[in-house]
Design a binder for this molecule. Structure first.
Ligand SMILES: [Zn+2]
Ligand SMILES: [Zn+2]
Length: 149
């Protein structure tokens, strides 16, 4: 188990997350179209954690933190995508189907967590950009993982 600090680009939002032992097992690369839009990049790389493992240390939902709910999801469950209202950094997701889980964007972590762990899987590989190759040693899933929703 390890605690990591994270923040948005403008620092209006800061947080701490607890990554449990074996946390790399939840570290997931997602290629879906929505994650491409949300991150403004080619894929997301997220930790899927118990909601209690995310603690906001600066900024609050409804104030500094804005939310956009996507309803046209593969699972049919609304996905709430939280972001900084000032700088637009993509921070974390929650699903309407399970309020016990939070999906934290690894790109907003402050410390170089990738030195200690790397993702365990890629999901929505059907949407992977043509110029991207599957990452070495990672489980490949064409669409979503049931247990992560
Ligand atoms: Zn910000
Ligand atoms: Zn996605």
């Amino acid at each position: 188990m390890s605690t990591h600090k994270g923040s948005c680009l403008c620092q209006a939002v800061q947080y701490e997350v607890i990554v449990p032992e074996g946390g790399q097992n939840t570290y997931t690369v997602c290629h879906c179209k929505d994650c491409q839009k949300y991150t403004g990049s080619t894929y997301a790389s997220n930790f899927v954690l118990p909601a209690t493992h995310l603690k906001l240390t600066k900024g609050a939902e409804g104030a500094e933190i804005m939310v956009y709910a996507t309803t046209n999801t593969t699972s049919g469950n609304a996905l709430m995508r939280y972001f900084c209202g000032t700088c637009g950094s993509a921070l974390y997701n929650k699903t309407a189907a399970n309020d016990q889980v939070v999906v934290v964007t690894s790109g907003t972590l402050d410390d170089p967590i990738d030195a200690a762990m790397q993702p365990a899987r890629e999901i929505f590989c059907i949407d992977r950009r043509a110029w991207l190759k599957p990452l070495d040693g990672l489980a490949q899933h064409p669409k979503r993982l049931e247990r992560l929703q």
